[in-house]
Design a protein around this ligand. Structure first.
Ligand SMILES: [Cu+2]
Length: 148
């Protein structure tokens, strides 16, 4: 084997290790949560907010052309929320700013993730997947301001 090929393979291996270490460290530092897929059930497609305990909520979010339901969610500071997400029509995106939540809303599928809201503020929800001519209007908000 040519010595330059060996050098390139060595550098490639080093870069690969650096990349993997960076990904693992970032996942740990930002507490990255991998969304779960849940078996489809029609009851998940009814938009609603359920309060299970003082600070524990479930949000059943439905994406459709071109809004999210519920579009405004009011939560207390410190709320722990499970989001169950589905779509009524086409594939949509679901991103909550500053919360590291990024999922796809798929018709006929339910995706789940969790987030905790420790800081008061307004957290915009946006669709990040082009879903048609009204895509740019597809927004929602999570308002965290109620002291518990
Ligand atoms: Cu969209």
């Amino acid at each position: 084997m040519d010595k330059y090929e060996l050098k390139i393979m060595g550098w490639t291996g080093i870069l690969l290790v650096i990349f993997l270490v960076t990904v693992v460290r970032a996942a740990g530092k930002y507490a990255t949560d991998v969304p779960e897929c849940i078996p489809y059930d029609e009851s998940f497609t009814e938009p609603r907010i359920a309060q299970l305990d003082d600070n524990v909520y479930q949000v059943y979010m439905l994406a459709q052309m071109w809004n999210f339901e519920p579009s405004e969610i009011y939560l207390p500071v410190g709320a722990e929320v499970d989001f169950y997400l589905s779509s009524k029509d086409v594939v949509h995106g679901f991103h909550i700013a500053d919360k590291n939540v990024n999922m796809m809303a798929v018709p006929g599928g339910i995706n789940k993730t969790s987030a905790k809201f420790n800081e008061p503020g307004i957290y915009p929800i946006v669709c990040h997947e082009y879903c048609g001519s009204g895509h740019q209007h597809m927004r929602g908000e999570i308002i965290v301001n109620h002291p518990q």
